[in-house]
Design a protein around this ligand. Structure first.
Ligand code: SF4
Ligand code: SF4
Length: 326
């Protein structure tokens, strides 16, 4: 379960699909909500915004450890707070916390702070267990197609500054706001495919394990060989919402969606369910209804991959069908 514990963030990424929500939400997750939710899940993934900005961040981690949960912290590591860094360094010496780092920082001096914190934690955090390592996320936004050299330089600067990078997790920007939905910029976008390829090959050549999240589309690649190469690093190809290991995102008020970009499609109140399994089941059945009436781009209907290995853009990209919310 993803615990979105605060809307606060100190980074302002251009690709932040949570921006609109962060600007409108004024609430941090309360102790009571956090404790109640922890009882309903084995996996506690803390995120925001930037979760370390929650005033009870340390208490939340300690509580989840006490309850023997599997913990991951999704952070941008721009933590200018010695107390938090000391806490994390001391804690990971005794307890295997996983990290997913928002690392797409292509500019400015913030890489210094990022790498200082990364290296301090990495020295003590690294364990052989694959699930418990530090994964570095790179989100590729719309319009980055011509920036291959910039991305490679960025990755080189990371490999220079960081002790080691275990895993590089690549994603494509999801549209966060309604007005951006329906923009299928990735369809047949070979230049974008080339960027994915270049970054993935750089990772492999430098001993970094690449992983690609669920949104990788066969039409982004020039030939079968390229696509075959890329899907080795992807857990699945069928791009249908609700049939894979999407995260259950729970907001500070206890409401949940199955995948943040689908928050306008359907949500549930977690207090009405006993466990994560029940919550996901309820949301998936709602998504199936919406999916059945959502429009599919014409290019997909004519595509040879359609319904075979690709279901076209997922609901995260589609405008809300008929202003439909269930
Ligand atoms: S670090 Fe995460 S929450 Fe903060 S602006 Fe970037 S994507 Fe958004
Ligand atoms: S079905 Fe659509 S998204 Fe999938 S490969 Fe074909 S054109 Fe691309």
């Amino acid at each position: 379960m993803n615990f979105i514990i605060t809307p606060k963030c100190n980074k302002n990424c251009s690709f932040c699909f949570a921006r609109k929500w962060r600007e409108s939400c004024k609430q941090d997750m309360s102790w009571d909500t956090f404790k109640t939710l922890v009882e309903k899940t084995e996996i506690v993934k803390l995120l925001g915004g930037e979760p370390t900005l929650h005033p009870n961040f340390i208490d939340f981690v300690q509580y989840a450890i006490k309850k023997k949960k599997i913990i991951t912290i999704v952070t941008n590591l721009l933590i200018n707070n010695d107390k938090i860094i000391d806490f994390l360094v001391r804690t990971v010496q005794k307890y295997p916390i996983g990290f997913l780092l928002n690392g797409s920082e292509l500019y400015g001096k913030r890489l210094e702070l990022f790498s200082k914190n990364y290296n301090a934690i990495y020295k003590t955090a690294y364990r052989v267990d694959n699930e418990m390592n530090m994964r570095l996320g790179v989100t590729i936004p719309k319009g980055a197609e011509n920036d291959i050299p910039k991305y490679i330089d960025y990755l080189k600067s990371l490999t220079d500054k960081l002790i080691n990078i275990d895993t590089l997790r690549l994603s494509l920007t999801f549209p966060g706001e309604d007005k951006l939905k329906g923009d299928y910029y990735f369809l047949n976008n070979k230049k974008l495919g080339n960027l994915f390829l270049a970054v993935t090959q750089f990772a492999v050549q430098n001993g970094i394990k690449p992983t690609i999240d669920c949104i990788i589309f066969p039409c982004m690649f020039s030939n079968k060989e390229e696509f075959k190469y890329m899907i080795k690093f992807n857990t699945k190809v069928l791009t249908m919402c609700g049939n894979s290991s999407m995260p259950l995102d729970v907001f500070p008020n206890g409401k949940a969606v199955y995948g943040f970009p689908l928050r306008k499609v359907a949500e549930i109140d977690t207090s009405e369910y006993d466990n994560v399994k029940q919550m996901i089941k309820a949301l998936v059945s709602k998504y199936q209804i919406v999916n059945s009436i959502a429009e599919t781009p014409e290019a997909c209907k004519k595509c040879n991959f359609y319904h075979k290995i690709c279901e076209g853009p997922c609901l995260g990209f589609k405008p809300r069908p008929l202003e439909f919310k269930i």
